[in-house]
Design a protein around this ligand. Structure first.
Ligand code: IVH
Length: 669
């Protein structure tokens, strides 16, 4: 290889690895497997060794293990956060037991615990108060995410009265319950955002968010499983678990003390079956020697303790034929590839389809037509293709090429920078987008129209009655034709028309959400309606004016400007207005109560006893103004609990007075 070629390849590989690191750690949506990542990293390392003149000090090879995001403070762990050795079958576990017996004899007990599939967290308590929460990072140092972790309800900020050490660390696993994961992921899809692949990625993405207010809205949970103290405080791990429970920590109820390895096997057999009934994912069992003295005697290897091991459950896996790849087009135009499989029985259900997430996933798998694929169902609800059986590949089978044009309307697909999904830009006449938009509009969370369901929308579209949302409000003029169609009974037609008429009373925020503007979810629609009061104000707002509203970031603001900049959307809104829908918030206008805050600017950040909206109203009713971002123009930062560290730092740098909500009240007397 010539030096010029090596230089180019080093640059390309570095850029690629950086993107994958970002996908993994920041977006929590890896596009390639850890194994492939390591292979690429190795290849880069080899090239840099051969051509040291092109090695960059910032190269991805220079980062050992984990990746620390810039925004969080890096903290060194007092006790390194080790990993556990893995076992996958009875024999390996049996060998582990033998090693222990050899070292410490036969007189010992095991504690069996569930192995939670989340992200590990180290919590420090001083004098009974939570002072620090740090992620595992690379095991030696991690990110300080205290503000975010403080929003987790089950983590005590203050301990219950008890005999706890003045200073200790406790480790545990932060995770998201399956129900919450499904609900929040559905919301993401509704808002036109890419869904997370599993609860673990969602939880780790959440812990790394910059806005702790957003973290607080996503229910995370935590089980604690190991205590670290300076001086010995207890004799056994089991004893420490009971104690930390009494101090207020959540300890998993299913942990069990076992006298010997047979007890461990029984525990494993029991949970291999029962794990599917839990409300959270586990991926195995952790087995720990109970006595601290014996743990010390056994010691550690470089990476993991010798006194503990994990037993990993086998994810149920089968092989089957890939029949084809089809593509679904969502309401926002996002195209999702789906693998159609030869039906196969897996974990009690027949699987015919598997999700492929996006184009990167097809590349990662290097799928070819007619491939034999391994399909797995882990904790996730939808089965996944794990890999391809290359031995069974027909060498002449062509690779699956991602569609270039919309499968529904034929328009050339587009991909925005930094996004994994391809979109069909034809929102005017691409059938699944039109139908999806109308279905979203009538949905429970939007206009909630009685007597009109998804299937009816589909039929009415196919029969040519509706193409735009506003056509729904003209359906009464087609009552006779609908009757003659013979598809709907008279009663159901009148129920539908009645439901449509009634929906005209739905508040502005529901109408706004129902329009299906990308990134405008339920909450954002509410905030917008509250802030701008009318659609006319909202449509006239500039980017700068939009980001002033609570929770409206640049991404949302851009989406709004783009949406309202489209003449056809404006026309549709005019139609809906004329049809009598609500485009004005029914909240009262701001009535000035005093001018005590006139000329003063504020930012409200964090959580308070009152809602932030209430505080905003109080400021505005007294003549104050709310700003969007911290700058030298800001007079006061009203700070509550769990305020983001970045904001605090910026305000301190600019010497902006930071006041409590109590002090704000004092200012207006
Ligand atoms: S104990 C030195 N107990 O598994 C022992 N870990 O593969 C430290 N994990 O990083 C770990 N459930 O994130 C322990 N009941 C449990 C666990 C558990 C899940 C995770 C943890 C750790 C990883 C090790």
């Amino acid at each position: 290889m010539s030096p010029a070629e090596a230089k180019k390849q080093i640059e390309n590989l570095s850029a690629e690895l950086r993107q994958h690191s970002y996908n993994y750690y920041v977006l929590a949506m890896p596009a390639i497997s850890d194994f492939e990542f390591d292979k690429k990293l190795e290849a880069l390392g080899a090239l840099e060794k051969q051509f040291p003149e092109f090695a960059d000090p910032d190269s991805p090879t220079q980062k050992v293990g984990g990746f620390i995001t810039k925004e969080f403070k890096t903290v060194k762990h007092r006790w390194p956060m080790l990993s556990l050795g893995n076992t996958y079958n009875e024999q390996e576990l049996f060998d582990f037991d033998q090693r222990i017996r050899k070292a410490i004899g036969v007189n010992f007990e095991y504690v069996c615990e569930l192995k939670f599939d989340g992200l590990s967290m180290s919590l420090t308590y001083e004098h009974g108060k939570l002072v620090r929460a740090v992620t595992r990072g690379d095991g030696t140092q991690g990110d300080e995410v205290t503000t975010n972790v403080r929003t987790i309800q089950t983590i005590p900020k203050r301990l219950r009265p008890g005999n706890y050490p003045d200073d200790f660390e406790i480790r545990g696993e932060v995770f998201m319950h399956l129900k919450a994961f499904e609900r929040l992921n559905e919301e993401r899809i509704e808002n036109g955002e890419p869904p997370y692949a599993n609860p673990r990625n969602f939880a780790s993405g959440t812990v790394k968010l910059q806005d702790s207010g957003e973290v607080a809205k996503r229910p995370l949970d935590c089980f604690l499983y190991f205590l670290y103290t300076d001086k010995p405080y207890f004799k056994t791990h089991w004893e420490s678990l009971q104690a930390v429970k009494s101090w207020g920590f959540q300890v998993n109820e299913h942990s069990r003390l076992c006298n010997n390895i047979d007890g461990v096997f029984a525990f494993i057999a029991e949970w291999d079956k029962k794990r599917f009934g839990l409300s959270y994912d586990i991926d195995g069992i952790v087995i720990k020697v109970n006595s601290y003295d014996q743990q010390q005697e056994l010691g550690f290897t470089a990476k993991s303790p010798r006194w503990a091991i994990s037993y990993k459950f086998k994810a149920e896996q089968v092989q089957t034929d890939l029949i084809s790849v089809s593509y679904q087009v969502g309401r926002t135009g996002a195209v999702t590839p789906v693998a159609n499989l030869k039906p196969v029985l897996l974990a009690g259900t027949t699987v015919k389809r598997a999700t492929l997430h996006n184009a990167n996933e097809i590349l990662r798998l290097d799928l070819h037509q007619g491939d034999w694929v391994y399909v797995e169902k882990g904790g996730e609800i939808i089965p996944k293709i794990i890999s391809v059986n290359l031995e069974k590949r027909d060498p002449s089978a062509p690779a699956i090429q991602y569609v270039t044009h919309c499968p529904a309307c034929g328009t050339l697909l587009e991909r925005q920078e930094g996004e994994a999904a391809f979109y069909c830009p034809n929102d005017e006449s691409c059938p699944p987008q039109i139908v999806g938009k109308m279905q979203h509009f009538i949905g429970r969370k939007a206009m909630n129209i009685d007597g009109l369901g998804d299937e009816t929308i589909e039929t009415l579209y196919q029969k040519g009655f509706i193409r735009h949302i506003s056509d729904i409000y003209e359906l009464h003029t087609h009552a006779e034709e609908l009757k003659q169609m013979g598809r709907f009974g008279e009663k159901s037609i009148s129920n539908m028309l009645e439901g449509i008429e009634k929906s005209k009373q739905m508040p502005f925020e529901k109408v706004l959400f129902g329009l299906g503007i990308r990134y405008i979810g339920e909450t954002v629609a509410k905030k917008l309606a509250h802030h701008f009061k009318t659609i006319d104000n909202l449509m006239a707002a500039t980017l700068e004016e939009l980001v002033v509203a609570e929770e409206i970031g640049e991404r949302i603001a851009h989406s709004l400007v783009e949406y309202f900049g489209n003449e056809k959307h404006r026309h549709e809104i005019e139609q809906l207005k004329a049809q009598g829908l609500q485009f004005v918030s029914d909240e009262k206008e701001v009535v000035l109560q005093s001018e005590k805050l006139s000329g003063k600017t504020f930012i409200i950040s964090g959580t308070f006893e009152r809602s932030r909206d209430e505080l905003k109203d109080i400021i505005e009713q007294n003549g104050g103004k709310i700003l969007s971002s911290i700058s030298a123009k800001l007079n006061y930062l009203v700070a509550g609990d769990n305020m983001g560290p970045a904001k605090l730092e910026k305000a301190q740098k600019l010497n902006i007075p930071i006041i409590s909500d109590g002090e704000l009240m004092g200012m207006i007397g």
